[in-house]
Design a protein around this ligand. Structure first.
Ligand SMILES: Cc1cc2nc3c(=O)[nH]c(=O)nc-3n(C[C@H](O)[C@H](O)[C@H](O)COP(=O)(O)O)c2cc1C
Length: 202
């Protein structure tokens, strides 16, 4: 059993907004649970392989007949799903890419969702950093295929306590057309950091 399964997704390292928000969660979590066992996976630096045919078919072949490569792929999938089952709290920190999740996160999701095997018993916290805003009234309201999707993924494997912490306008100050939104960006990041610290400190 781990106290926290922590996944990072953004490839931007120190410049990442989502990582800066998850840091607040992690420092509050570590202060609250100094002895915590934290399992971390950085999908940007150590991506999970896509779910391929060999891995999918492995479960249908008796272990003795699997090649060493097939067996390794099978075991990785089992290990990833077990990490989910064993976590008291799952923290995912990710940007929005092209209205949804970056493909490294989708690859992880495809690996861990094993019908009848994967089951979340603890809390789930998802930190999402978006370049713009998809809130009601925004020109692209309804274009967010990430937050609802992630909530549904975890709901499908039993999660009943999922919190999404959203920061918006990440591209303000980066894209000239969004220069007017820099204050909104800073407010949104501060609010997300505060929410992350509260959630991590419970
Ligand atoms: C490849 C790519 C695709 C992106 N697609 C979107 C998008 O569809 N919608 C959006 O609001 N922002 C989009 N963005 C902007 C990021 O979501 C935004 O900059 C976010 O703050 C990045 O988080 P990070 O700093 O943690 O990496 C995209 C950025 C990249 C690099």
């Amino acid at each position: 059993m781990s106290d926290l399964l922590h996944l990072e997704v953004s490839p931007l390292g120190e410049r990442s907004i989502s990582r800066s928000i998850s840091k607040e969660f992690l420092s509050a979590f570590s202060a609250r649970h100094p002895e915590a066992l934290i399992v971390s996976r950085d999908l940007a630096t150590d991506p999970i392989p896509h779910l391929d045919g060999e891995t999918l078919m492995a479960g249908r072949i008796p272990e003795a007949e699997r090649s060493p490569t097939t067996q390794l792929k099978f075991e990785l999938r089992q290990e990833l799903a077990r990490e989910v089952n064993a976590a008291k709290h799952i923290l995912i920190s990710t940007p929005m890419w092209n209205f949804s999740v970056p493909s490294v996160l989708k690859a992880w999701i495809d690996q861990i969702l094993i019908t009848g095997f994967t089951h979340v018993t603890g809390k789930v916290t998802i930190i999402v950093s978006q370049g713009g805003s998809y809130a009601e009234g925004a020109p692209r309201a309804g274009w967010d295929w990430e937050t609802g999707y992630l909530r549904q993924v975890f709901s499908s494997i039993g999660a009943t306590d999922t919190e999404i912490i959203l920061s918006e306008f990440g591209l303000a100050g980066v894209v000239p057309a969004m220069a007017d939104f820099v204050d909104r960006k800073n407010e949104s990041i501060s609010a997300a950091k505060a929410a992350a610290a509260i959630r991590g400190g419970v």
